[in-house]
Design a protein around this ligand. Structure first.
Ligand code: KG4
Ligand code: ZN
Length: 358
């Protein structure tokens, strides 16, 4: 079976994986740069790219040794082309291109969002991608919040998305206002433990107007939520301190998740599918996973969730997304050069995505 080496450097994780297709993961290494960005309260693009440059060579060597392979055993090199930070994507692309040229291998460009979709199928116990189509997917990461109908590998239809902040971004910004640090998702989840999610009624950000051809019923808006938190903390400073902090964090997190659940419920009521997946960094959250399980049970669909290690950015999902391209890219077809696509959407792989004009 072919061996794919995959590289992911779209944001603040430097990741390398080796996949023996169709689904035997030989190596999966992630270097998380969180500690390097934490003093700045968020991802600093220059630090991210420098860190990728420093960490990638060692990770590549370790991944090959863990996979028990020689460089010449590889059959293809896969790399995230976008979306992401331009300067960070370029590091992975340069490394992947050099390896593909040096080893005379095909270079497979992967859409990071498509990678997240494939993370749902990395667990050996998960069903096969093709066996679940068509299915609905909720992609929730630091940069994206999208409801997508997956018709087949490479064929996606956008049903709704956020008009401003992504769910992960809303958690990151909320955590900053609460002085909880970065990244926001995990620190809010921890702070919310034991808190009452109904204590404060934060807005659920329901857009009302059709934007970019998308039905507002399936769209999200999180910008008002962080403003609501800001005003709440101004009016009641104690809400940002223990013991009230747990209730504030729980209520804020609940507002982010309720919007996701409500719009997904509507989409599931409209689209007759048997499977519903949720992927991306935010999908690691235990409260969200419990709410998604309830939703799936009510809607009568099977819930697809990635194991926690595949929710946040990793290269295993990039390898899995690349594996489905292998029949499409004959071995002889070599791609000499790839540019970074920081604004890439799922449409880049044949989807039907309207342009969103803010
Ligand atoms: O998919 P991902 O690793 O990177 C992007 O593609 O953006 O997602 C990162 C996002 C961040 O906003 C982070 O706060 C969020 O995932 N996240 C979480 C948790 N862990 C990470 N959100 C909620 N609960 C968590 N435990
Ligand atoms: Zn991601």
């Amino acid at each position: 079976m072919p061996f794919i080496l995959a590289i992911e450097t779209s944001c603040d994780e430097t990741a390398v994986a080796v996949l023996e297709t169709p689904n035997l993961l030989r190596a999966n290494l992630v270097f998380t740069q969180i500690a390097r960005h934490r003093p700045f309260g968020g991802v600093v693009p220059e630090i991210a790219s420098r860190c990728h440059v420093e960490e990638l060579p060692g990770l590549l060597r370790r991944a090959m040794s863990e996979a028990g392979l020689d460089w010449h055993d590889l059959d293809a090199i896969a790399v995230t082309q976008g979306p992401g930070l331009a300067s960070a994507l370029l590091i992975g692309l340069a490394a992947a291109q050099s390896l593909a040229l040096r080893l005379d291998l095909p270079l497979l460009a992967v859409n990071h969002l498509e990678g997240h979709l494939y993370s749902l199928f990395l667990d050996p116990a998960a069903p096969q991608f093709e066996a679940c189509t068509p299915f609905l997917a909720l992609v929730v990461s630091g940069g994206h919040t999208q409801l997508v109908r997956v018709e087949a590998p490479g064929r996606y239809r956008l049903l709704g998305q956020t008009l401003d902040d992504a769910a992960g971004e809303a958690l990151d910004k909320g955590a900053k206002l609460l002085n909880l640090g970065y990244p926001g998702g995990p620190v809010i989840e921890r702070a919310a433990q034991g808190g009452d999610p109904r204590r404060i009624k934060f807005p659920r950000g329901q857009p009302t107007e059709r934007i970019g051809g998308l039905d507002p019923e399936f769209c999200f808006s999180y910008s008002g939520l962080k403003t609501a938190l800001l005003y709440h903390l101004k009016a009641q400073p104690a809400a940002g301190q223990p013991p009230e902090l747990a209730h504030t964090a729980a209520s804020y997190q609940e507002a982010v998740f309720d919007a996701l659940i409500e719009r997904s419920a509507r989409a599931l009521a409209r689209e007759p599918v048997r499977f519903f997946g949720c992927c991306g960094g935010v999908s690691i959250n235990k409260r969200l996973r419990a709410k998604l399980a309830d939703l799936a049970a009510c809607a009568g669909v099977t819930l697809l969730l990635a194991p926690p290690k595949f929710c946040t950015d990793n290269a295993a999902m990039i390898a899995a997304a690349a594996a489905c391209q292998i029949p499409l890219v004959p071995g002889a077809e070599k791609i000499p050069r790839l540019d970074a696509h920081p604004e890439m959407t799922l449409a880049t792989r044949g989807g039907d995505f309207p342009r969103l004009e803010k």
